[in-house]
Design a protein around this ligand. Structure first.
Ligand SMILES: [Mn+2]
Length: 406
């Protein structure tokens, strides 16, 4: 695997001739990363003609640190991030124009608008999301697709990639490849627990086959727990990286709202030295009027605690909120962070009461409904823990429902 990654990465960066890129989705979560890695390796080993195949991580190299669970899995397999090719390191349009480009999409089935000009390069799709890759034929009104598409509603796209490897090139399944696939399926299928509602019979079957074939795999639940905990690991991240780790934005006619999921207790984040200046700088940099901080952390017994805070640069919004100020650390009254409270009944954050939570609701409602067509983009698959307020994407109604629970 290392040899393949190093040599093909080099040949893409400084060689000539056509390139076949395997590309995951823009969230570049563990599933996208591993599917790109393993499927590119599979194509490299199995296609006749020795086409230059390379997995491309669909994020900037500097953002890898934000995918702490993926970093943990890479570390476990001994793969250095330096072997990976990232989106900011290669110009796909230039490759396409100068050398010829073939694209295989994994873990998504339609390119985002920003990449729609690369559509003609797509030669294959392997995915487990809802199929959106259709163009309507004006006459028959039947969906028309232009390339081989394998879309199945399994828990993890890695299941589909693993299935191909198992069926067509089982000799490739060394300890490294197996653990990449195994760890990803376990994370996506929440430790294969049926109650979590993610696992399908095919996921279970593939996991069993991997366990049967590769005897060096770590114990199932142990690996799952390790990777799950890595997701919460924000050690070494600065405040901006924490805010970026799971960031979504909402914009309406009168509003630019950021929503950041923080993987630590809200109070811990707000106690960071200089946090208010950092929040302010972050909002300015990203063009947000306000920032919703949704934190999720685990108790010692692994129970999730969710908390919410609002930071706003806008005086009217702060006044509208008319909430008791949430004081970061020991500096009361500095407050542009207007509220901090828990979404969970009975777990109320410092300085807040149920009353203040109720006052905040209309403000959030105004935020979220200020645009007629306001839609919250879907949360990147896998980027959030089960049951997080943003899981499955956040609709205004859902948020309000969650916040109204007393
Ligand atoms: Mn996926």
């Amino acid at each position: 695997m290392e040899e393949f990654l190093a040599s093909n990465r080099g040949a893409v960066l400084s060689g000539s001739g056509p390139v076949h890129v395997v590309l995951g989705n823009e969230a570049c979560d563990m599933d996208s990363m591993v599917c790109a890695l393993v499927y590119a390796y599979f194509l490299h080993k199995t296609s006749a003609g020795g086409a230059l195949v390379v997995p491309l991580m669909n994020i900037a190299a500097e953002d890898l640190v934000l995918r702490s669970d993926s970093v943990a899995l890479l570390t476990k397999t001994g793969l250095s991030p330096d072997l990976l090719l990232f989106r900011d390191q290669v110009d796909l349009r230039r490759l396409c124009a100068d050398r010829g480009l073939r694209l295989t999409l994994v873990d998504h089935n339609v390119l985002p608008d920003s990449d729609s000009d690369l559509e003609e390069a797509v030669v294959e799709v392997i995915d487990h999301h809802k199929l959106e890759r259709v163009t309507s034929c004006p006459v028959a009104m039947e969906p028309v697709t232009s390339c081989p598409i394998a879309v199945e509603p399994v828990g993890s796209c890695a299941t589909l990639v693993a299935e191909r490897v198992l069926q067509r090139a089982p000799q490739l399944l060394d300890a490294q490849i197996a653990i990449l696939l195994y760890g990803t399926i376990l994370v996506d299928c929440v430790d294969m627990v049926p109650e979590a509602g993610k696992v399908t019979p095919k996921d279970s079957e593939v996991v069993l086959q991997l366990e049967t074939k590769v005897h060096t795999l770590p114990q199932r639940s142990q690996l799952f727990t390790e990777l799950q905990q890595a997701k919460f690991n924000v050690r070494g991240l600065n405040s901006e990286q924490m805010l970026l780790k799971d960031l979504k934005s909402l914009s309406g006619p009168e509003l630019n709202l950021g929503i950041s999921v923080l993987y630590l207790p809200l109070q811990d984040f707000l106690s960071r030295p200089g946090v208010e200046a950092e929040l302010s700088a972050f909002c300015q940099k990203m063009g947000f009027d306000s920032l919703l901080l949704m934190s999720i952390s685990l108790t010692s017994t692994q129970q999730p605690i969710r908390e919410l805070g609002v930071f706003s640069l806008s005086q009217p919004i702060r006044e509208q909120a008319s909430l008791p100020q949430f004081s970061p650390g020991s500096s009361p009254g500095s407050g542009r962070v207007q509220a901090g409270f828990s979404c969970d009944p009975g777990l109320v954050c410092a300085g807040n009461s149920v009353a203040s939570r109720k006052k905040l609701l209309p403000m959030l409602k105004d935020f979220l409904w200020s645009g007629q067509e306001l839609m919250v983009p879907p949360t990147p698959v896998n980027s959030l823990v089960e049951g997080c307020p943003l899981d499955q994407g956040l609709s205004p109604t859902e948020l309000q429902t969650r916040l109204s629970r007393d």
